[in-house]
Design a protein around this ligand. Structure first.
Ligand SMILES: NC(=O)c1ccc[n+]([C@@H]2O[C@H](COP(=O)([O-])OP(=O)(O)OC[C@H]3O[C@@H](n4cnc5c(N)ncnc54)[C@H](O)[C@@H]3O)[C@@H](O)[C@H]2O)c1
Length: 285
């Protein structure tokens, strides 16, 4: 980890290479994470599934052209960026994208497991088994496969590394009509803790970030669903939500991106196995 200590004046992650999953959507958290890591000096591998999915509406899928647009914006700011299709459920694709990253950028230092689905709402008594399986495959199998192959690369490099899993407030508390999502995010914290135990000896830290509802991306869809269920407008739903947040505002993508950047920095070198709330105080355990 010694080469993480950059001379004064350099950006904190200068020269590091970061791979972020599910980062294609314009309003998504992954885009904000990529932008923040690039601003801190990372070369960024921006990935997303970029293909239609049976249970998901097309507007919930990050496309290759969206990825290219974001990549072009980050390049205009001076960042080096690759935009690659990656379905996190497909182990062969995971291996190929990591090999491609190393071929083009020479190394891999940071993995952010951000890809996730949480649009398949249903009360438990009506839940189709397919909903459960679909959510578990993206939200749990995906992070496992990416962690497995990224960690192999980091271990081979012998320079340590950082893995950040984007969990959720849903990893800490239940929520109606989202049993699969909630269970998957609780499970992601379990994966985080086990990976932290196994990979600590290699100087690789593994942490989860647990944002509350962010008003963009998947959070916006969830807000619309629960507002409709309560028979109120999204504005009234968000106003009610704000009342339960000590800091008095809902989460922004930048809040999550800032937490990721911290966990990837040298300042967080002694933090591993944590599930850090980024919730304005809405979640405290
Ligand atoms: N927005 C919120 O309120 C909020 C709160 C807490 C946690 N999160 C988590 O943050 C992450 C990003 O959420 P978001 O709000 O940006 O949602 P989003 O829908 O904008 O982003 C999710 C991305 O995952 C991608 N994806 C879906 N299936 C995939 C697969 N098989 N392989 C690769 N990529 C796939 C989608 O194409 C999409 O780009 C998710 O893990 C989500 O659970 C979001």
């Amino acid at each position: 980890m010694s080469d993480r200590q950059e001379p004064r004046g350099r950006r904190p992650l200068e020269g590091q290479v970061a791979l972020v999953t599910g980062a294609g959507r314009r309003q998504g958290l992954g885009r904000a994470i990529c932008a923040r890591l690039a601003a801190d000096g990372c070369r960024v591998v921006l990935t997303d599934i970029a293909a239609a999915q049976p249970l998901l509406a097309s507007e919930h899928i990050g496309t290759q052209s969206e990825m290219e647009l974001t990549a072009a914006e980050l390049r205009a700011e001076g960042a080096e960026v690759l935009a690659l299709a990656l379905d996190v459920r497909d182990e062969a694709q995971v291996e190929a994208v990591i090999a491609n990253t190393v071929r083009q950028f020479g190394r891999l230092d940071i993995l952010v497991n951000n890809a996730g689905i949480g649009y398949l709402f249903s009360p438990i008594v009506d839940m189709p088994a397919d909903f459960w399986k679909a959510v578990m495959e993206v939200n749990l199998l995906g992070p496992l496969l990416c962690t497995k192959h990224a960690a192999r690369q980091m271990i081979a490099q012998a320079r340590g590394g950082r893995i950040v899993n984007i969990a959720s407030q849903a990893a800490k508390s239940g929520h109606p009509h989202l049993a699969a999502y909630i269970a998957s995010k609780h499970g992601l914290v379990g994966l985080t803790r086990t990976a932290a135990l196994e990979l600590g000896q290699h100087g690789i830290t593994v942490n989860a970030v647990c944002p509350n509802h962010v008003t963009t991306g998947l959070g916006a869809v969830q807000n619309a669903y629960y507002a409709k269920l309560a028979g109120i407008s999204v504005e009234d739903y968000l106003a009610k939500m704000r009342q339960g947040i000590p800091l008095g505002r809902v989460g922004q993508a930048a809040d999550t991106a800032n937490a990721c950047a911290f966990l990837c920095s040298e300042a967080a070198a002694y933090i591993t196995g944590e599930a850090m709330n980024v919730s304005g105080g809405a979640e405290m355990h």
